[in-house]
Ligand binder design. Sequence first.
Ligand code: HEC
Length: 455
Amino acid sequence: MSDSRRFVPYVIGALVIFGLLIAGLFTGSRRLAEPPPEKPSPRPEVETVLEVRPKKLFEFPGNWDQVPKFTTTLFYPGQTSWEWLIGEKHAGSKETQAGEACQSCHARTEDELGRSLATRGDLEPDPIVGKRAAVNLDVQAAYDDEFLYMRLAWDAQDPGAYHTLWRFDGEDWQNFGGPKPISEGGSPSYEESVSVLLDEFDNVRVAPDSKAGFVTGGCFITCHNDMRGMAQGSDGVGKYLPMTRNDDKLKSDDEIRQLLQDGQFLDLWHWRAALSNPVGYGDDGYVLDDRNADTGRVSFSLSKEVPAWMFDEKTLGFKTARLDEMQRNLELFHLIEGKTATTFDSKADFQEGDILPTALVREPEGSAGDILANGSYRDGKWTVVLRRKLDTGNPDDKKFMEGERYNLAFAVHDDFVGGRRHHVSWVYIMGLNREDVQINAVPLMAAQETQPKET
Ligand code: HEC
């Protein structure tokens, strides 16, 4: 073999190595020009669930088809306050102050009233485009030896399954979503909710010597010009009762405590699609000097400046949500303490467009946790069943007794709204096993005995 022939394999080898080097250089320089390819974070396929199923911490021990249904029409109230209602601009002011009920003049005009108040005028300086005038709410109630059950159902414009959010913009976490009205280009995200305000029959009045009270003016006696979101709104106070003020000045702590002891407060139940329902509860509060939570621990905590919690990747396979996934699954993306949530890690690897809820949802404790709730959403309708002990033994709750009457009024926060932007009802009368009322809470044993059960 000649010398030159012996070199051929070496030349070929050198060429191959040279070629590899060139290729390496080429891809190497490409790597310099472009950002390094992302490690694809494998997100688990999100199951499509376009409904919300009840948590079922309890079962209703009867058949709702056998419980009478009362349908009330809730209307949009704008900024109608108690001060406006007893002031010169309201044609019915004298009668309202003298204790004539709103319905005696306004009954069955809810649609009309709501239509006028939803558009710009004296009582709505900042309307929401497309706000509907009225919402129908179906109310049913029943009780057994231990509990009162209430079933509330309404058509929702959007499920409102999630509340306010954080969004990662590639560098920072920014507030995202929020209630309507929202600036152009923004996308609203706010939970749906339903509230019940209740009292013993003809108990809370606007003043000791007045005939006007919750029994005649309903929710409107709790609604004032100096509240959040109202005409002269401050940042602080929510609803309150006129009896807690002396010439607009808050009474002393002792006086307020005395009012609570005397039962001069309104019980306020607030079921929330995102902040209470995911753990199977409704919030229990009361209205007195302010809108207060009952003693104990409420069902949620909100993160303020930056996210405080994220999803637990170890158990779920993801640490953040994506908007399209939240639209496809109305149940999965709640941060639930001890289950789906973990402490937020600011150093974790996030992608632009990652979403986190602002709220941690958790089991409530004490008197604040007196109301269990099965809330379900399907085909555009929310159906919420609440259960509360007839007598909780807590001083911040009303007690239910057979044969007695109660005043009730309702509110629905529908279509991404918070604060004053709800629809509200007139005040109604509920009785436990009474025929002379609008909402008859039926005893469950009797209902089952007198009517044959469906087979
Ligand atoms: C004595 C009859 C009477 C009573 C009681 C009464 N109103 Fe009125 N109210 C009127 C009349 C009359 C008007 C003017 C015509 C209209 O808008 O219906 C009016 C107007 C209003 C308006 C303004 C509607 C608009 O389009 O601007 C609101 C809101 C309202 N009432 C709410 C209430 C509420 C809430 C109560 C109970 C706390 C109440 N009213 C009690 C007679 C009454």
